[in-house]
Design a protein around this ligand. Structure first.
Ligand code: 5RP
Length: 225
């Protein structure tokens, strides 16, 4: 059984008629978008907000109506994947390279619902290298500044053929080890001019649907502060 499919499909129970729905990116969000497509074909009326060109293409193939960017304001619910989530529902995202649009969409969302298989749930963030989106201009200098914060930072795709995001930027995959102070790290990275955004999603997720190997889907809610 596909744990990503279980989680992605289960979260679609939250989608209601009339909603504006953020459509995440990746192999788990894929299953949610497929399930939303089936509901739309059966008569559900929603407007989707894709977080990547990949998800936009999929949504259009499935006949999901998309909200024009100029009308983008409040989003009712977004379903998206994650590379790591901790018990406070702090996240590392961006393994698929869509972190900037994902974070913009998440910031506009009343509810951010994470879908993931159980391997993504960790006690502490940091085993997965933190993706950081940077501008291509003088990227080597930006990488030096990022490395000075105490990580190994690799240009995604390599120097000869760097991976380019939907926004025309590059990504540094940064190995910090266990991230003890995620909020401080977010502030430090954001202070570097060449950094566009980081894959740390802090205090944004409301709940997570986790697909487990026993065939169940576990729901985790953001703990009350
Ligand atoms: O953040 C993301 C893309 O930028 C993805 O949501 C994340 O990488 C998880 O992907 P998958 O569901 O394929 O494991």
């Amino acid at each position: 059984m596909d744990k990503k499919k279980l989680a992605g499909e289960a979260a679609v129970e939250l989608v209601e008629d009339g909603m504006i729905v953020g459509l995440g990116t990746g192999s788990t969000a894929y299953w949610a978008i497929q399930a939303i497509g089936r509901k739309v074909a059966a008569g559900l009326r929603i407007q989707g907000v894709p977080t990547s060109v990949q998800s936009e293409t999929l949504a259009l193939q499935l006949g999901i109506p998309l909200l024009p960017w100029a009308e983008l304001g409040r989003i009712d619910l977004t379903i998206d994947g994650a590379d790591e989530l901790d018990p406070q529902l702090q996240l590392i995202k961006g393994g698929g390279g869509a972190l900037l649009r994902e974070k913009i969409v998440a910031s506009l969302s009343q509810q951010l619902i994470i879908v993931a298989d159980e391997s993504k749930a960790v006690d502490r963030l940091g085993a997965f290298p933190l993706p950081v989106e940077i501008v291509p201009f003088a990227w080597q200098a930006t990488r030096r500044q990022v490395r000075a914060l105490g990580c190994e930072a690799a240009l995604r795709g390599g120097e000869t053929e760097p991976f380019v995001t939907d926004n025309g930027n590059y990504i540094l995959d940064c190995k910090f080890g266990v991230i003890e102070h995620a909020h401080d790290l977010q502030v430090q990275l954001s202070a570097i001019p060449g950094v566009v955004e980081t894959g740390l999603f802090l205090g944004m997720a409301s709940a997570a649907y986790i697909g487990c190997s026993d065939g169940t889907v576990k729901r985790l809610d953001k703990p009350a502060i």
